[in-house]
Write a protein that binds this ligand. Structure first.
Ligand code: COA
Length: 169
């Protein structure tokens, strides 16, 4: 069973390991450390038995960029390849969305049009396309085209668990 909790400095090696194992450009350790200390952002890890299995963060943009407004954006959820399809990505996303929706009605997310896994994962919370383009804020996309999506806070009560979640963590 994995536990989702705020990331700490001691998690940075595990986070960088996940990025490397996933073939992603590892986040700069200094930038991650700054994100941990930033009250406008949330960085989470999912861990089990002392091992970091996945991580995800949010980013707050204080100003708009074309169709991409100011606001809280999900960012960079990544799960160890050996631990995928076990609900870790969904748990990290649910927790970050609860945090964003406690602060603002809209959560934002950008993704490469070819990232089926990520798009399917996020669709469970009702993310809908707002725009598509080559760049939103500082994010560009391999292959050149990305999506900007928004999910509204549910009308009543806490954010729902994703409709596709069937397994307990
Ligand atoms: C996207 C990613 C975070 C998903 O993590 P995960 O822990 O495997 O996701 P979950 O197990 O919580 O999956 C939840 C649901 O998302 C969807 N999903 C996840 N991976 C999928 C895939 N490869 N193909 C299609 N749907 C997928 C499914 O609906 C899944 O539910 P199911 O397993 O009951 O069918 C993971 O594939 C990853 O780290 N990818 C590389 C990094 C990346 O692209 N991050 C997103 C950047 S925008």
């Amino acid at each position: 069973m994995a536990t989702v909790r705020p990331a700490e400095e001691g998690d940075l090696p595990g986070i960088l390991h996940i990025d490397r194992q996933s073939g992603r450009n590892p986040s700069a350790a200094e930038a991650l450390a700054a994100a941990l200390a930033d009250p406008t952002r949330l960085v989470l890890v999912a861990e089990s038995g002392g091992e970091v299995l996945g991580w995800g963060k949010t980013h707050y943009w204080a100003y708009p960029d074309g169709p991409a407004p100011a606001g809280h954006y999900l960012g960079g959820v990544t799960v160890l390849p050996s631990q995928r399809r076990r609900g870790v990505g969904a748990a990290l996303t649910s927790a970050r969305l609860h945090w964003i929706w406690a602060r603002t009605p809209d959560a934002w997310y950008v993704v490469n049009t070819g990232n089926t896994a990520s798009i399917t994962l996020h669709s469970a919370w009702g993310f809908a396309e707002v725009a598509r383009g080559p760049r939103f804020h500082t994010t560009t996309f391999d292959g050149g085209l990305g999506l900007l999506l928004r999910a509204h806070r549910p009308g009543r009560g806490p954010a729902p668990e994703p409709a596709t979640r069937r397994r307990a963590l």
